[in-house]
Design a protein around this ligand. Structure first.
Ligand code: GLU
Length: 480
């Protein structure tokens, strides 16, 4: 087979949906399986009322984040206006299009109670010429059927009669998406059209246009192969909702998912690698991916599973790589984009070397990098105590302040290693009839501001005797 030429053709009309990211990835897989495979990025900006530059920027930035490098583009569909118009004119000359002046009101009036969707063909044989408010429609064959040979779904048959005579150009001459998309795919010599299931119904129309252009222009281009990828659904097995479900790809970057983990997870949406292991290196995903192994049934976009997978990818990083990966969250002022959480410290309070020392204490405990700053905040700034916890530990329970007092006395002279501090807290707790968990809670709260966090004694060692004593004494003064 000659090298595949695939394209990803998003419309910049909203956030970069995870389903679009999956389409981009599957196209990219196909291109990267061949040394000279070509991956094209075409921004389909023909709907001027809905396009926004910022959405285009998000698509390009997200693709870069995911590592989906392109060989051609990004180019804008609107750059090819002349080619679209030439195709429109060729189809008009060959008799494949006709003018139509039906208003939506006239159409509705003719339909009456008949709810059959689509155009009724009123102008098909009226022989109208160009004129104001006259759109161009495609004259579909009324007889016969068309088979879309879909790599995922097998053969899907459409009766051409059931397709309407759809509009390909507005009255002002603007060529619409339906035709522009086909013209661009032909000009780009696209070999595979891989996209979401919602476009399956467009395939027969696009095949008709493609063949009509072959005949009208004399430039015969082979039809592409089609693959319509399964719908993504949420936990309720409903189509992911832009409003209710977390569907924005860029949000996953901002929250601290690794691109490698996110790509691995996307690959599992409708497809699975060989064997039982779902965590698979990228090169193996590329090598193993086959369109024919994609299943047509809806795929559950499971954020919990994605989180767990991200945790596994994070834990597999070396300590230095983890520090590097966490940088946008711990030092957001150095990041080109805005992470989802802001650290509880200011730039001046942050200390790179200190972060490198404490990062191993949280490395095993986070599933997304956005959780890092809150966990290590107390190393950089004096924490504010969680009020509910403080009331419970220091006010409601007399043992809380008692143990803190005893520890303060010992800390002044104790050796300052995590092992010694651990030992000491255990002993002081036992003397007061408390197990280690009970004994360390008042200490943890005083020093870190919270009852949960990184390993306590290692943290105390890093913070140092003076700082720990200062924090313990502040609590004793405030609550005693
Ligand atoms: N622009 C279309 C979309 O964003 C994609 C069309 C296609 O892939 O053919 O849904």
């Amino acid at each position: 087979m000659s090298a595949p030429r695939v394209r990803f053709a998003p419309s910049p009309t909203g956030l970069f949906h995870v389903g679009s990211a999956r389409s981009a990835l599957f196209n990219w897989f196909i291109a990267r399986q061949h040394d000279d495979g070509v991956f094209i990025l075409r921004i389909e900006d023909t709907d001027e009322s809905r396009n926004r530059q910022e959405w285009e920027d998000v698509i390009i930035a997200s693709m870069a984040w995911l590592g989906l490098n392109v060989d051609v583009g990004p180019y804008r569909q609107s750059d090819r206006r002349l080619a679209h118009e030439a195709a429109r004119d060729a189809l008009l000359a060959s008799g494949d299009l006709y003018y139509c002046d039906c208003t939506p009101e006239a159409l509705a009036a003719r339909k009456g109670e008949n709810k059959t969707p689509g155009y009724d063909g009123f102008c098909r044989d009226r022989g109208l010429g160009p004129g104001e408010r006259r759109a161009l429609r495609f004259k579909r064959p009324l007889e016969g059927s068309l088979v879309v040979r879909d790599e995922v779904r097998g053969e899907v048959t459409f009766e051409t009669r059931a397709l309407e005579d759809f509009v390909v150009a507005r009255a002002n001459g603007d060529v619409l998406y339906a035709l522009a998309n086909v013209v661009d795919d032909r000009d780009d010599r696209v070999t595979h059209v891989i996209r979401g299931e919602e476009h399956l119904a467009n395939a027969p129309k696009q095949m008709l246009l493609w063949e009509a252009l072959n005949a009208a222009t004399g430039e015969v281009v082979a039809l592409p192969r089609y693959a319509h990828l399964p719908l993504l659904v949420n936990e309720q097995r409903k189509k992911l909702s832009k409003r209710k479900d977390p569907v924005a790809t860029e949000r996953y970057r901002d929250e601290g998912y690794l691109a490698s983990a996110f790509v691995n997870y996307l690959a599992l949406l409708g497809w699975s690698p060989r064997g039982d292991e779902e965590i698979v290196p990228l090169a193996d995903l590329v090598a193993q991916f086959r369109l024919r192994d994609v299943v047509p049934s809806p795929a559950f976009f499971d954020v919990k599973k994605l989180r767990a997978m991200n945790g596994a990818y994070l834990r597999a990083l070396s300590p230095a790589a983890f520090v590097e990966a966490a940088r946008p969250w711990v030092a957001p002022w150095s990041s080109a984009w805005t992470p989802s959480t802001t650290p509880p410290w200011r730039e001046g309070d942050f200390d790179e070397a200190l972060f490198a020392r404490v990062a191993p204490l949280v490395h095993e405990r986070v599933n997304v990098l956005g959780e890092v700053p809150a966990m290590v905040g107390f190393f950089f700034v004096t924490p504010t105590l969680d009020e509910d916890a403080a009331a419970k530990v220091y006010r409601d329970d007399p043992a809380g302040l008692a143990i803190l007092r005893a520890l303060e006395a010992e800390f002044a002279t104790s050796p300052w290693t995590s092992a010694a501090l651990h030992e000491l807290t255990l002993r002081v707790g036992e003397a007061q009839g408390l197990n280690l968990r009970k004994a360390q809670a008042p200490l943890r709260l005083a020093v870190t501001g919270s009852l949960v966090g990184p390993p306590l004694f290692e943290s105390l060692e890093v913070l140092g005797r003076d700082e720990v004593l200062t924090r313990v004494r502040a609590v004793l003064a405030a609550y005693a």
